[in-house]
Design a protein. Structure first.
Length: 317
């Protein structure tokens, strides 16, 4: 996270001990592998300081506020709490690089709005194709490539409990594993489709997706962090819905209607198909047996007898 919690609230503290002399993860809140951010997003992959490579960078991000918020195609608008958008970048102060991962500039992944990908899923997957200047294996000791230590920089625009927020969270990784010059064919079946790719299906030139590196203090001045960590320190508030539940008020012990029942509930407990049709209606009740007069029953039986005679005659012939 860039910046710090507001005065009067505790700062992020060490939550993960005994990491066997591994990288210092004390700046992160990690619970069962889920990395909490200062926003409504929760990172599932990758983990901090993971060596990365392969065909593409895979990022998994829970955009539902830990399951508390709806996701498209459901309506996500809420005056109290909602996600507006996520944008992601791959940045390095060492190599002075800033690559766009996803910035809502096209309708195709990964530059498309990640909220509109994988509709109905609370976890979104971003597959970023490594650009050509990151091709190689191991660390770049001679500066011939842009390989090295990077941050996955996650920018979140959202509303939390009625207040609009903007946060930046940096997840450190290292681009040190092998990256081949041309992506493998196996990724053609990957969803969402990895990208961006060049016109010939190869890796994009770095200059095509590169942005100026923004000064760190400028970033700090741009954020509007909440006074604590959502879902951990701050309970999420959402607007209540009133379009579900029981229809009508509770009934009476004697089986009569409860108030608000109107004329659709019969005293026999049978609902009716047609509105405003009470117990005296000639309409059949929903789910009830059809009542027949003796005349109607006679007609039906004569008709059935005729069918039997016809069938018997047909068999005899």
């Amino acid at each position: 996270m860039l910046g710090s919690w507001s005065p009067g609230q505790r700062e992020l503290h060490v939550r993960q001990n005994g990491n066997n002399n591994g990288p210092d993860t004390s700046a992160f809140t990690i619970v069962n592998g889920r990395i909490y951010t200062p926003g409504l997003g929760i990172i599932l992959a990758p983990q901090p300081f993971t060596p990365m490579g392969g065909d593409f960078l895979h990022i998994a991000l829970d955009v539902s506020g830990d399951g508390k918020l709806p996701v498209p195609p459901r309506n996500i608008a809420d005056p109290l709490t909602q996600v507006f958008n996520f944008t992601l970048f791959l940045t390095s102060t060492i190599t002075q690089k800033n690559f766009t991962i996803s910035n809502i500039t096209t309708s195709t992944p990964p530059f498309a709005d990640i909220l509109d990908q994988e509709l109905g899923q609370t976890v979104k997957h971003i597959n970023f194709e490594w650009p050509d200047c990151l091709v190689g294996d191991g660390n770049d000791e001679e500066g011939a490539t842009a390989r090295g230590d990077y941050n996955i920089s996650i920018h979140q625009n959202y509303r939390l409990n009625g207040v609009d927020r903007y946060t930046i969270f940096n997840l450190p990784i290292s681009v040190t594993n092998s990256i081949q010059p041309f992506p493998g064919a196996g990724q053609l079946t990957t969803k969402p489709a990895p990208g961006p790719l060049s016109a010939n299906g190869g890796r994009m030139q770095c200059a095509m997706i590169e942005n100026p590196l923004v000064d760190f203090q400028v970033q700090v001045n741009s954020v509007n962090n909440p006074p604590g960590q959502p879902m951990r320190d701050i309970q999420i508030q959402t607007s209540p819905r009133s379009d579900g539940g029981q229809v009508g008020a509770n009934g009476q012990d004697d089986g009569s209607r409860g108030t608000g029942g109107g004329q659709n509930g019969g005293v026999s407990g049978q609902g009716e198909i047609a509105p405003n049709q009470g117990a005296g209606s000639s309409r059949p009740a929903l789910g009830a047996a059809v009542r027949m007069s003796s005349e109607s029953l006679s007609v039906v039986m004569i008709g059935m007898l005729g069918v039997v005679v016809v069938l018997f005659t047909s068999v005899s012939l």
